[in-house]
Ligand binder design. Structure first.
Ligand code: ADP
Ligand code: ADP
Length: 230
């Protein structure tokens, strides 16, 4: 589904050079629920941004469904991202002066989806996250857990093949965190959505079907691969 081949990411300023990712090889298969763990600064967000085609590696390449994306134009990359990938962030990234349902419709605005169809798909997505009773609310009228459910519904409205989630439960207490995790597990198990989730929570990571640990920009463990092979 998404393949990272010999990825190197170096951030350079005039005086500092930071190697954020070093020789990363990773193949996320369709239907997997992968969790990524590691200390702050080890490259997890950089990894997710590269997987999500939001950022380019310094060297190495990314392939989606076996097709290298290196030569794609920006508009083709944007199209791939829009059609295949849903993003969920720790801090929700909702638009606070739009209602819940309008937030969820946003990714469909970039496609040629008619107004009535947008509304229908947004309402379906909100139903999947148990928020049918809050569609006309505004984000600041919701709890953190509900806000994150809106963000998940927004990702789902685009009918993505893969969801990339950067610490989706990081701002939530344990009860709300569990609710979000249950929704992600259900999407993976019942709808077959591929998920890659960065988390600091070992208990959540252990519920996924593949746990990869990073340290200093490198994979140091992958529950699916023998360590000797990394
Ligand atoms: P994590 O998500 O694991 O906390 P990041 O991917 O955010 O790690 O960062 C990895 C490393 O790259 C860190 O040392 C960080 O300081 C550095 N880094 C991240 N983004 C930038 C940037 N835009 N410019 C320079 N350095 C960056
Ligand atoms: P944190 O997990 O530290 O709260 P965020 O979730 O806000 O960080 O964002 C994680 C990364 O994704 C950042 O590098 C940010 O620039 C990028 N990002 C956040 N929102 C978007 C977006 N809507 N589109 C593209 N990139 C985004």
């Amino acid at each position: 589904m998404i393949q990272l081949i010999d990825i190197e990411k170096v951030y350079r300023t005039k005086t500092i050079e930071t190697v954020a990712l070093h020789r990363v090889n990773l193949h996320v298969e369709r239907g997997e629920f992968v969790s990524i763990m590691g200390p702050s600064g080890c490259g997890k967000s950089t990894l997710l941004n590269i997987m999500g085609l939001l950022d380019e590696p310094t060297s190495g390449h990314v392939a989606i469904d076996g097709q290298p994306v290196k030569t794609h134009s920006d508009s083709k990359l944007a199209k791939l991202r829009n059609e295949k990938i849903g993003f969920v962030f720790q801090s929700y990234h909702l638009i606070y002066d739009l209602s819940v349902v309008d937030n969820v419709e946003l990714p469909l605005l970039y496609r040629n989806v008619s107004g009535s169809d947008r509304r229908k798909r947004a309402l379906e997505a909100l139903e999947k996250v148990g928020l049918s009773a809050r569609t006309k609310h505004f984000p600041n009228q919701l709890s953190g857990g509900q806000r994150q459910r809106v963000a998940i519904a927004r990702a789902l409205a685009g009918n993505p093949e893969i969801i990339l989630a950067d610490e989706p439960t990081g701002n939530l207490d344990s009860v709300m965190g569990e609710e979000i995790m249950d929704i992600l597990l259900r999407l993976n198990q019942e709808e077959g959505t591929t998920i890659v989730m960065v988390t600091h929570d070992e208990n959540m990571a252990l519920k996924t079907n593949r746990l990869i640990r990073f340290f200093d920009g490198q994979q140091v463990a992958d529950s699916r691969v023998l360590e000797a092979q990394i």
